[in-house]
Structure formats: C-alpha cells, structure tokens
Design a protein around this ligand. Structure first.
Ligand code: PMT
Length: 400
C-alpha cells in the first residue's frame, strides 16, 4: 500500500524514522511529509535514505519559475496517489489544524485533499493532551472516522508523568494493518444482542453499588458487528460513550432493567453477547429517602441480583449464547465452569485486576473458551481488534 507518513514537530519525531523503516519492511511505499517543526528535530535526508523517496517539506518546495503550477497542486497529486495518511507524531497543532480545516502548510493542505483513511498517533505534554480544546479536536477527528492511536503513559520529555507519549511503533503499525484489513460482511443476516457497561443498584435515591466497567468492550463489539453487516441491539448500562450509529439502543440502570430489556429484545436475536458487568448482589431494601449520616456502623443487606446469563442459558431456543468471564485467577478453569453451568456456546474470559486490560482500559487480552474443548488465546490489542477476533469465532459458530 502507498502511505503518506506525516511527521510533525515534537521530540517524538525521531521515532518516526524507525516507524518509516518498519512500514517499508512491511512492503509499503512511504512518502514522508515533514512539517517545519519536524525539520527542527530530524533531517529530511534520514527519511529519504530509509524510504528511497523524495521527502516533502514545504508547500512551495519544488517551485521554480517553470514548475509553479505543478508544485502548487502537488498536494492534490500526493493525495490521489496514496491509500492512507498516517501522522506520527501528531502534535496539538496538527490535530487542531485538521479538526478546523486550516491549510497553512503542505501536511494540512494535503489532509483536506485526502480522500482515503486517516490514522493519527498523537504525542504531546500530558496537560496539553488533557486540555479541553485538544480533547474536543480529537473527538471531532474521531467522529469523522479517523483512527486515533492513543498515546501511552509514562515519563514525558518535559519531565512530567502522564498520558502523551507517542504510542509504540508496533501499536501504530497494527492500526495501519487494521485499516487495510479487507472488510467482511460475514454477519449479514444476524441480529446480535449485546449487553455493555455496568449496572447500578440503588442503596437510596443518591447512592448505588456499581463497578468499573466503562462499556468500551461492549461498544467495540457493537461497532464491529455493525461493520460486519449485523443488526445490533445494544442494551447498555450507564456509560460515557456514544453508541455506534446504526445500533438500536436500550439504556438501563439496574440489573432488573437490563434483564427485562434483554428478554424484551430476545425474540429478534440470533446471537446474544453478555459483555455487561452485571451486579451479582443488590441492596435488599433500597431506602426511599437519603440515608442520614451517622457515627455508628451501619450494615447493608444484599440479595442476589438476577443472573441474566443463567436465565438465558435455561431458555435457549436457537440463538448462540456468548458469555464473558471476568476473573482475577484460574482464568481457564473458571471460564470452562461458567461455559458449562451457564449453558453457553463460548465464554470470553479476561483476567481483570491488572493495570492494562479488562475494565476501563482501551486494550484487552482474552481467552476464548469453546464448547468443543478448544481454548483460543487472543493477545493484548485495542478492544476494537479484540471485538473482531470474538466475532470471527461467532461467525464460525453461527449455523448460517
Ligand atoms: O466495560 P469495559 O470497561 O470495557 O470492561 C470490559 C469488561 C471487563 C466488563 C468485560 O470484558 C467483561 O469481562 N464483562 C463481564 C463482566 C462480568 O460480569 O463477569 P462475571 O464473570 O462476573 O460474569 C459472567 C457472565 O455472567 C458475564 O457474561 C455477565 O454479563 C453475566 N452476568 C453476571 C452477573 C449477573 N447478575 N448476570 C449476568 O448475566
């Protein structure tokens, strides 16, 4: 594939050289565009040597009296000749220009003329990354369908610690690979009912019992299933995410509401994926009034919450049933027990409790435990990619 690698001006610009080398090694043709800022950190010659191609540094770089016209429209030609625009590192400046359609240099001009997919790997100081303006600009680019390779956390060049480090090259290369993966519609004809997020079990009108589920895994499944042609029914607990467009959404709060929404939707479903982190227990007698503060110890009596997956397992009538298992130990053994006791076709087991996978994180690492005795490990990857690996198995299990 032909990739434009845009490099903007940050300390991480030097890492783009190794990225260019990796992409060339993977068989891609790479044209590098350096912003003025990037040139302060790394020389064009480095990229020209690694890619074997001319490096573009200036909107008027090849302008000579007799070449004015071709140079003035060079960005159009470059836009038409390439399959992907990748910017790594993408500074706050580039992200802002792209978000607002400003076209003051070659890279931002190229962006406006670029008809293909765009992948951005941001890198900046953590305060900048968390600034409301950058957050809004990144959200705007995401809404436009661009892929954002989330920056990592750690020591930053400015001496602070936090999110803002350019993602590892392997992660950026994986995002590029994902863009080029042929799109399949192998789930067309399926109606997939997905539960996502936590439940909230009221203690009184202002307090509740809940858990750390962000809904990211379930929403990634919904997005991937839609892309693969399925109709998606999403029963969602309270989360801070925008549902993928095309999903039919029921918003619920409690385990009882989630159970009722699932069973109301069930007659349409050919596949059910129970990704939600449903409460196992709920307060026996939620108070109608706010419980007053007291110096004395108080105790909370809990009853079992409805076990939706178990009930689904007992009422199988043709739909595939996929459960999740969040475990802190003995992953394989506990997952296989759940597969049997809840009468599922597959359990997606994830080890939770660590820093970098399971709840809240953007990545996950799972073990797919199947009825035929197979256990398929899926390596750590963004939840969107994990979702596709889960759906690959579902497509194989589906009788259609
Ligand atoms: O939302 P994220 O932040 O992206 O995190 C993703 C996740 C960690 C929540 C997800 O990957 C996951 O593991 N979901 C299942 C969490 C869970 O409740 O696991 P469990 O082992 O306690 O439950 C086993 C299965 O029974 C699950 O399919 C669950 O939906 C279901 N269940 C559990 C309790 C209950 N009362 N009713 C249920 O249906």
């Amino acid at each position: 594939m032909r990739i434009v690698l845009g490099v903007s001006g940050g300390i991480a610009a030097y890492k783009a050289a190794e990225l260019a080398r990796q992409l060339v090694r993977n068989g891609h043709d790479i044209t590098v565009v350096l912003t003025k800022g990037a040139e302060e950190f790394i020389r064009p010659l480095t990229f020209a040597s690694l890619t074997g191609r001319k490096v573009i540094t200036d909107i008027f770089s090849s302008a000579s009296p007799d070449a004015t016209l071709s140079s003035a429209v060079e960005h159009i030609g470059v836009a038409q000749e390439h399959d992907l625009l990748l910017v790594a590192p993408a500074t706050a400046d580039v992200i802002g220009k792209f978000a607002h359609g400003l076209a003051g240099d070659f890279l931002s001009t190229l962006y406006l003329a670029f008809p293909g997919p765009v992948v951005l790997a941001p890198a900046m100081n953590n305060r900048m990354w968390e600034h409301a303006a950058v957050v809004a600009n990144v959200a705007a680019l995401r809404a436009r369908g661009h892929v954002i390779v989330e920056p990592g956390e750690g020591y930053l060049a400015c001496g602070t610690i936090g999110p803002g480090r350019l993602a590892e090259n392997d992660k950026i290369v994986a995002a590029v690979k994902e863009v080029f993966r042929p799109k399949v519609t192998d789930l067309a004809g399926e109606t997939i009912l997905i539960t996502a997020g936590p439940t909230r079990e009221p203690i009184d009108p202002v307090r509740y019992i809940s858990n750390r589920s962000s809904g990211k895994m379930g929403y990634a499944l919904a997005e991937a299933a839609l892309e693969r042609g399925a109709r998606v029914l999403l029963v969602s607990g309270p989360v801070n995410l925008t549902p993928p467009s095309g999903a039919e959404v029921d918003n619920v709060q409690t385990s009882q509401q989630m159970r009722d929404a699932v069973f109301a939707r069930l007659p349409d479903a050919t596949v059910v994926i129970k990704c939600a982190a449903v409460a196992d227990f709920r307060p026996s007698n939620p108070s109608a009034q706010k419980i007053k503060k007291t110096a004395a110890r108080i105790s909370l009596e809990l009853d079992p919450a409805p076990d939706i997956l178990s009930e689904l397992g007992q009422k199988r009538n043709g739909f595939l049933l996929i459960g999740f298992a969040a475990e802190t130990e003995n992953l394989r053994e506990y997952a296989r027990k759940k597969l049997e006791s809840k009468n599922c076709d597959m359990i997606v087991a994830n080890l939770v409790g660590g820093d970098e996978s399971g709840f809240e994180s953007d990545v996950n690492q799972v073990l797919l435990v199947l009825r035929n005795g197979e256990n398929i490990p899926v390596e750590k990857a963004p939840k969107r990619q994990i979702a596709d690996r889960i759906l690959d198995q579902i497509a194989k299990l589906s009788p259609r």
